[in-house]
Design a protein around this ligand. Structure first.
Ligand code: DQA
Length: 142
C-alpha cells in the first residue's frame, strides 16, 4: 500500500515557526516519524512539502490516478482554497486531513475547512502524532 503524505505551505519551517503554537518538532522529525510508523505498518510512504499550490494539486491528481491513499495537511490553504477541495474530491482512496494544532481552539478563520467535507477523516491537535494516527487508520483500510 502506498500513501502520499502531503504538506502545504510553511510546514517546512516547523521547529522555528511560532514554536509556542507548533512546538519544537522539526519537519525532519515529522518525516522521520512517518517513515518509522510506515515501516512498522508495512506500508510505503512518500512524504512531501510544498509552498506552491499547483504542486499540491498535481500530487492530489497523482493520488487520484494511482489510487494512492492520502494524508494531507493543507496548512493555510485549508481555509482558503476551493481548488484544493476539488482536487481532494478526486481522490478515491482514503484521504485523512491532519492539523498539528487544534484549529478549533484558535482564530475563528481556522475553524472552517474547505477540505473536511470531502475527507474520510480529520485529525487535529495531536502534533506529529496525528500523522502516525492517520497512517495507522489508512493502513487498516487495506
Ligand atoms: C495547520 C493549521 C493551519 O491553520 C495553519 O495555517 C497551518 C498549520 C496545522 O497543522 O495546525 O499552517 O494546518
Amino acid at each position: 500500500m502506498r500513501v502520499l503524505v502531503l504538506n502545504g505551505p510553511n510546514l517546512s519551517r516547523l521547529g522555528t515557526r511560532e514554536p509556542d503554537i507548533y512546538g519544537t518538532d522539526t519537519y525532519a522529525d515529522l518525516t522521520a516519524r512517518c517513515a518509522a510508523v510506515a515501516e512498522a505498518l508495512g506500508i510505503e510512504v512518500d512524504v512531501r512539502q510544498t509552498d506552491a499550490e499547483h504542486e499540491l494539486l498535481g500530487w492530489l491528481h497523482e493520488a487520484a490516478d494511482t489510487g494512492a491513499a492520502v494524508v494531507v495537511n493543507p496548512a493555510g490553504w485549508t481555509h482558503t482554497s476551493v481548488a484544493l477541495r476539488d482536487a481532494c474530491a478526486l481522490v478515491t482512496g482514503p484521504l485523512v486531513e491532519v492539523h498539528l494544532t487544534n484549529v478549533h481552539a484558535r482564530e475563528d478563520f481556522r475553524r472552517h475547512s474547505y477540505v473536511s467535507p470531502v475527507a474520510t477523516a480529520v485529525i487535529a491537535g495531536l502534533g506529529i502524532e496525528g500523522y502516525a494516527a492517520a497512517l495507522r487508520f489508512v493502513a487498516a483500510q487495506r
